[in-house]
Design a protein. Structure first.
Length: 121
């Protein structure tokens, strides 16, 4: 198992919070054997599962996605409503001191979708 894999991060936080595979799987409404496979790296964690873990443990999403993301960017990766107009209301999209256009936000959404699907950016 890779040291920085999402599965190993789930295992680390689960143990820190003194949860067993069974207790966390009940909190997440997932089969404990599936959770075990994710922790071992035999199976990928879905964005929905990561979102539920973020909620259960009240952890910053960037814990899973890496330090390269701000807290807002981590939350954006878990966002369900990716309509540019709705995102613009909810987030300040400022890049290099200039507010992002809806077209730029659409491109950002495209990148998020590729990230979620595990495609290389």
């Amino acid at each position: 198992m890779k040291e920085k894999s999402i599965g190993s991060k789930i295992r680390k936080i689960r143990i820190e919070r003194k949860d067993t595979l069974i207790s966390l799987s009940k909190k997440l409404d997932i089969d404990f054997s599936s959770l075990s496979k994710i922790e071992r790296g035999d199976r990928e964690a879905s964005v929905d599962l990561i979102k539920r873990i973020v909620e259960v443990y009240a952890v910053d999403p960037k814990y899973f996605f890496g330090e390269g993301f701000t807290e807002s960017e981590g939350h954006l990766l878990l966002e369900e409503n990716l309509q540019p107009s709705e995102l613009k209301k909810k987030y300040d999209f400022i890049v290099d001191g200039v507010e992002a256009t809806e077209e730029e936000i659409k491109e950002a959404i495209s990148l998020i979708r590729r990230f979620r699907n595990g495609s290389s950016l």
